[in-house]
Design a protein around this ligand. Sequence first.
Ligand code: ZN
Length: 361
Amino acid sequence: MPQVSFATNNRQFHVELNERVKQYFKDNNMSQRGNFSLYFKAFFMFAVVLSIYYVLVFVQPESLLLTFTLLAIFGTFSAFIGFNVMHDSCHGAFSNNSNVNEVFGYSMNFLGAESRFWKVKHNVLHHTYTNVDGVDDDIFKPPFLRMSPNQPYNRMHKYQSWYMLLLYGVSVLFWVLWMDSQKYFTDKVHTTNLPKKKLADHLSFWITKIFYIGFYIVTPIVVLGFSKFIIGFLFYNFVMGVVMSVVFQLAHVVVGAEYADAQETGVLAIEEDWAIFQMKTTYDFCPDNKFLTWSLGGLNFQVEHHLFPKVSHVHYPQIRKIVREVAAKYNVKHNEFNSFGEAMRSHFKMMHQLGYKPVAA
Ligand SMILES: [Zn+2]
């Protein structure tokens, strides 16, 4: 893995931010982790997903429109479980009890992917080295997508803003059925070695995959037959893939976000404090939209999430006010889009720009 370091001589912004947020929780006598509203939301989202699975597989609605509507809700709410339950739990932010976080982190395994690999990919690589090419696996999607100005071009990238949604649609399936196995057999996430596997890691991986095949593939095939299963399975996965990918990409692959390159050199000294670098690589979107704030598990408050990943997302609207105040004091820009449309346009525009080689002056 390339060696990346951050400057440590300009830490006042980060230090004051940490103090202010700590003080906020102290003044309000509140835990930084999840609360009752999060636990109720988790219960509700699981209830929706399991009920729809039951209806689709065992009740089998006659109306095609109803079936596809349920499949779309099934895919969307599966992504919501990822955003609200899995993401907070894997960061240790769901509960004060680490065993509870561990158990709910397996909500990712319930969706088919191995949470142990994801903790390394996301908590360590993506959160520490956001938008650093060569380390951050989230922006490494060759050969089909060029997601950073430092990556090599190929001719199809010109069309990437057109076909990226199709790739997002198959991303979850690809992740569950291929990328996890690649990590398991190579013991690597992108350029980073995984710790040596213990018995628990082997068991977790195989139980997850056997459960996935049994629950999401074999049971519906046995009950519904192959042709009905495959249409529903691909459609539900497509919806989940698009929802998950779009929500994650709107934070970092947008016009104005900064990037760094550790790929070429293998050694990179970023001349900024880590917190300031996070402010430059990350965007919030729709901070006032109540439905998105409820459903996206704080992923529309990615600036606050990147600065305070161990704080549960239920607190981010309040934390954002503190971040904006401290950022204004230190003249650090707090990036955000006011509407979902604005964030989407910026992502499309950025992917379009990244697809074209600049003409030499
Ligand atoms: Zn995160």
